[in-house]
Design a protein around this ligand. Structure first.
Ligand SMILES: Nc1ncnc2c1ncn2[C@@H]1O[C@H](COP(=O)(O)OP(=O)(O)OP(=O)(O)O)[C@@H](O)[C@H]1O
Ligand SMILES: [Mg+2]
Length: 468
C-alpha cells in the first residue's frame, strides 16, 4: 500500500466525523453526558481565546478512569452499542468522546484521575499526519511530562489536584468555524458561540441543573459562571396547566408522557416571563414534544409530523421520558440529538395530541369568550358570517349611537361610509403576523386621561339623551 494513501487516513476520518453534523452545542453536550454518567457533581467548562490559539476544556469530579480504563475509553468503539447499560448511563455507542471532540478540534487530550493514579492520552491529528501514522490509535501520554504543558498543568492544578477522582477533556487546535484567528472578529465569534453553547446546555441539562425532589443535582459552570436551568415547561409559572400524566408500555418498558399548557400572554405574571418561555424562536416554533432520555433532553419541540405547528396549539409542550433501554427502538443517533418514535408509540402520541390539542385552544377560546361576555359594550364588534370573522366599529356603542343620532343626515352618511372604510380595510394579515410573533407586544395602555375625560363627558351626554 502506498504511504500517501495511509497518510490520508486521519484527515479522511476527520472529514467524515465533521459530516456527522456535530455542532459546538451537541459536541459539548456529548462530553458532559460522560461526566454525568461518571456521577460528577461539578462540571467546569473552561475556555480561552489565548491570543488566537483558543482552547476549551471540560473538567469534572466524577469517578475518573484508571490507566487501563482510559486506554480502552480513548479508542473508537470502546463499548458495543448492544451492551446493556446502567439505567442512568447517557452513553450508547462507545464513540461520543472521540467523535464529538474531533468534530470540533484537531487535538484532544484526556487526563483522568482514579485511585490516586493519573493517566492521559491524546488524538493529535496534525501530529499523526506529520509523523506518518499508519493506524488509528490514540497516543498515550507520560503523566510525568504533563507539568511541562502550561495549559494542561494549569487545568490539572485547578481541577484535579485537590480531588480524589475526575476527568479533563481538552480541545486544542479548534475548528476555525468556532472563531478563525485570521479573521478580525474571530475572538468575538468564539465568545458568541460559547455563549450560544451555554444556553443550549442550560436547556439540555435543565433537569440536572434544577432537579426534582430526591434527584441528583449537577452544577455546571462556564469559566466560573454557573449555568441556570432553562425549563421549557415553565415550572415556576403558577398559571401553567399540568394535564394528566400518561404512561405507555413499549416492549415491557415505560414511556411517560406529561403534557403542559403554558399560560396565555395575558396570564403570565410578567412580559419578561412570557418572553423567556417563548425562547429565541417563539411559541409557535417551540410547541411540541420534548423527548428526554434519562432526564437529558435529546430532541425538542417537534410533533413528529403528526400534526402541523399552528397558532392555536402554540402553548402546548409535552414532556416525554424514555429509558435508555429503548435506544434501538427509537433509533437514537450518536449525537443524541435525534430520535424517532416507533410506530406503536406514534399511535399513542397521536391519540394524546388529539385529546389535548383542544386544551391549548381552550386557553385562547376561554379568553375570547370571557372578553365577549363582559358586560361592557365594546367599541369593536366581532361578527362571524358563514364561518368568516369580521371586525368592525360597533354602532351600538353609546358614543357612536349618540353621534349617529345627533349629526345631520348627510354627515351620518359620511360617518357610516368612514366606518365601512375602516371595517373593510382592517389589517388582518398584519395583525395575525404580529399576534403570532411572541416578541411583539401590543400597546394596550389605553387613552390618556384627557381623552378619557372628553369621551366620558360625551358618553354621559349621549346616555342622558337616551333617557338614562
Ligand atoms: N468524564 C468521564 N469520566 C469517567 N469515564 C469516562 C468519562 N468520559 C468517558 N469515560 C469513559 O469512556 C467511555 C467512552 O466514552 P464515549 O463517550 O466515547 O462513549 P460512550 O459514552 O460509552 O457512548 P456514546 O458514544 O454513546 O457517548 C465511556 O463509556 C466511559 O467508560
Ligand atoms: Mg459518551
Amino acid at each position: 500500500m502506498s504511504n500517501s494513501k495511509e497518510l490520508l487516513l486521519p484527515s479522511a476520518l476527520l472529514e467524515s466525523l465533521r459530516s456527522i453534523g456535530y455542532t459546538l452545542d451537541t459536541a459539548s453536550a456529548d462530553i458532559i453526558d460522560n461526566s454525568i454518567t461518571a456521577k460528577a457533581g461539578r462540571i467546569s467548562i473552561r475556555f480561552l481565546w489565548n491570543n488566537g490559539k483558543p482552547w476549551i476544556a471540560i473538567c469534572d469530579d466524577g469517578c475518573g478512569m484508571s490507566p487501563q480504563e482510559l486506554t480502552e475509553a480513548i479508542q473508537f468503539g470502546s463499548k458495543s452499542p448492544n451492551a446493556k447499560r446502567d439505567s442512568d448511563d447517557l452513553g450508547r455507542f462507545g464513540l461520543g468522546m472521540k467523535t464529538a471532540s474531533l468534530s470540533q478540534c484537531r487535538h484532544m487530550t484526556v487526563v483522568s484521575k482514579k485511585g490516586g493514579a493519573l493517566s492521559a492520552g491524546e488524538w493529535n491529528l496534525d501530529a499523526m499526519v506529520s509523523d506518518g501514522a499508519t493506524e488509528w490509535k490514540a497516543h498515550l501520554l507520560d503523566t510525568d511530562a504533563l507539568p511541562k504543558d502550561e495549559i494542561l498543568s494549569g487545568l490539572i492544578a485547578k481541577h484535579l489536584a485537590a480531588i480524589k477522582s475526575g476527568t479533563i477533556v481538552l480541545w486544542q487546535n479548534l475548528d476555525p468555524g468556532l472563531g478563525d484567528p485570521h479573521e478580525v472578529d474571530g475572538e468575538k465569534r468564539f465568545s458568541a458561540q460559547m455563549d450560544a453553547a451555554r444556553k443550549h446546555l442550560e436547556l439540555v441539562f435543565h433537569r440536572f441543573l434544577s432537579p426534582a425532589f430526591k434527584q441528583r443535582k449537577v452544577t455546571i459552570d462556564f469559566n466560573d459562571t454557573i449555568l441556570e436551568a432553562l425549563d421549557p415547561f415553565g415550572s415556576s409559572i403558577p398559571a401553567r396547566q399540568e394535564l394528566p400524566i400518561e404512561r405507555i408500555r413499549v416492549h415491557g418498558q415505560v414511556v411517560t408522557i406529561q403534557p403542559y399548557v403554558l399560560p396565555h400572554r395575558a396570564k403570565a405574571s410578567s412580559v419578561t416571563e412570557y418572553q423567556k418561555h417563548a425562547g429565541e424562536e417563539g411559541y409557535v416554533h417551540n410547541q411540541g414534544f420534548y423527548i428526554y432520555r434519562n432526564r437529558r433532553l435529546i430532541i425538542k419541540a417537534t410533533w413528529f409530523r403528526l400534526i402541523p405547528k399552528d397558532e392555536l396549539n402554540k402553548l402546548i409542550r409535552i414532556r416525554v421520558d424514555i429509558p435508555n433501554s429503548l435506544d434501538d427502538l427509537w433509533r437514537i443517533d450518536v449525537k443524541k440529538s435525534q430520535a424517532n418514535p416507533p410506530e406503536s408509540v406514534r399511535r399513542e402520541l397521536k391519540r394524546i395530541i388529539n385529546k389535548i390539542s383542544g386544551a391549548g385552544r381552550i386557553v385562547f377560546t376561554n379568553r375570547a369568550t370571557r372578553l365577549r361576555n363582559r358586560k361592557i359594550t365594546p367599541v369593536w364588534k366581532r361578527d362571524v358570517v358563514e364561518g368568516r370573522v369580521r371586525y368592525g366599529v360597533n354602532e351600538d356603542h353609546p358614543l357612536v349611537r349618540g353621534l349617529l343620532k345627533d349629526l345631520p343626515k348627510a354627515q351620518v352618511e359620511s360617518l357610516r361610509a368612514c366606518f365601512e372604510l375602516l371595517n373593510s380595510t382592517f389589517p388582518y394579515d398584519m395583525y395575525y403576523a404580529d399576534a403570532a410573533d411572541d416578541k411583539i407586544e401590543f400597546e394596550n395602555s389605553g387613552p390618556s386621561e384627557d381623552t378619557i375625560r372628553q369621551v366620558g363627558t360625551q358618553l354621559v351626554r349621549a346616555l342622558r339623551a337616551y333617557g338614562f
